[in-house]
Design a protein around this ligand. Structure first.
Ligand code: IPM
Ligand code: MN
Length: 354
């Protein structure tokens, strides 16, 4: 029997309750596929920060490096100033564990409402590979004359060739593995960002020409990409992009696939410890009410299995989510409008993996 150590970080708000449903489904699928998942719980998040002043101690990072994956609920607390938990926990883990890929599938499941009136599951099915540790997020920059009318501030979009190349290689490999349209679209803004953009454009072309002749290459400026995502999402198979552009277009992606209730993401270090999360946030007003949709967390659990190399088990989660939605029993993806509770959705998906 294959066994894995999974760090469980429920976090804030509805994080713990959606994660509980994710674990329910993972346990069901583990039973079927002969896996043993050993969970180690951690209580990092807003509550702990308010109690102890601590976001993520260095010792925790060392411990987390020894687990096989991290399963995260949500980080964000109404009583904590915005930025503290995001940088102190989420971004800190991404950097400390060198999770240089943020993988975000944009997939419309059956019976899910999309705001794109003329599009269905056939047209909305692509994946965004967002670079996850570089660019503006590295925090290089500065400010002067703060608080005066002359205040200036910079925040620099930093990339090295190797940072760009490892991300682009991951994206090509992923496109090949996905084996759908075999099209990798680079998204940037090379008409204005003539240095940083050019680095991405050249790397995308050189790596593709040299090592991925079977993968078609395309390029979109990021502003045009937001337009195409709405007008012709069927245009995309896999998108690769830098950190901030990826942050922005994946929220748009979440909306066209039916909202935050179904949007999952993986912070991936292909050679190390990766972290999986529903990207919807902590939704404080729904906490503890059994109203929040756990599907995004369940999908994140599926991505975790996939990244751990358990492809068949991951496929079973994906199929069960598909079947749960295809059954028509879940009325909506929005909290409080599902026609059933958080735990019922978990039960339904778990029953469908068995
Ligand atoms: C995300 C979030 C984070 C980001 C925030 C919370 C720091 O928006 O995961 O997309 O910007 O990456
Ligand atoms: Mn974001």
């Amino acid at each position: 029997m294959k066994s894995f150590i999974i760090a469980l970080m429920g976090g804030d708000g509805t994080g713990p309750e959606v994660l509980r449903e994710g674990v329910k489904v993972l346990d069901a699928v583990s039973g079927e596929y002969g896996l043993k998942l050993n969970y180690t719980p951690y209580d990092f998040g807003g509550e702990r920060y308010l109690r102890t002043g601590e976001t993520l101690p260095a010792s925790a990072i060392e411990e987390l490096k020894k687990c096989n994956a991290i399963y995260l609920g949500a980080i964000g607390h109404p009583d904590v100033k915005p930025g503290i938990l995001e940088t102190g926990i989420l971004l800190k883990l991404r950097f400390a564990l060198d999770q240089y890929i943020n993988l975000r599938p944009v997939k419309l499941y059956p019976n899910v409402a999309t705001p794109l009136s003329n599009k269905g599951p056939e047209q909305i099915d692509f994946v965004v590979v967002r670079e996850n540790t570089g660019g503006i997020y590295t925090g290089i920059g500065g400010a002067a004359m703060v608080g005066t009318p002359g205040e200036i501030a910079t925040q620099v979009m930093v990339y090295s060739r190797s940072m760009v190349e490892r991300c682009i290689r991951y994206a090509y490999d992923y496109t090949r593995r996905r084996n759908k349209r075999k099209l990798l679209t680079l998204v940037h803004k090379s008409n204005v960002l003539t240095y940083a953009g050019d680095l991405w454009v050249r790397t995308h072309r050189e790596v593709g020409d040299a090592d991925y002749p079977d993968i078609k290459q395309d390029y979109n400026h990021v502003d045009a990409c937001t337009m195409w995502m709405v007008k012709s999402p069927e245009f995309y198979d896999v998108i690769v992009t830098e950190n901030l552009f990826g942050d922005i277009i994946t929220d748009l992606g979440a909306m066209i696939q039916g909202g935050m209730g179904i949007a999952a993401g993986g912070n991936i270090n292909p050679e190390g410890v990766s972290m999986f999360e529903p990207i919807g946030g902590s939704a404080p007003k729904y906490t503890g009410k059994n109203l929040i949709n756990p599907l995004a967390a369940i999908c994140a659990g599926g991505m975790m299995l996939e990244t751990l190399g358990e492809t068949a088990a991951a496929g079973a989660v994906e199929k069960a989510v598909h079947a749960a939605l295809a059954s028509g029993k879940i009325k909506s993806l929005s909290a409080g409008q599902m026609g059933m509770g958080t735990t019922d959705v978990g039960d339904l998906v778990a029953s469908l993996v068995r």
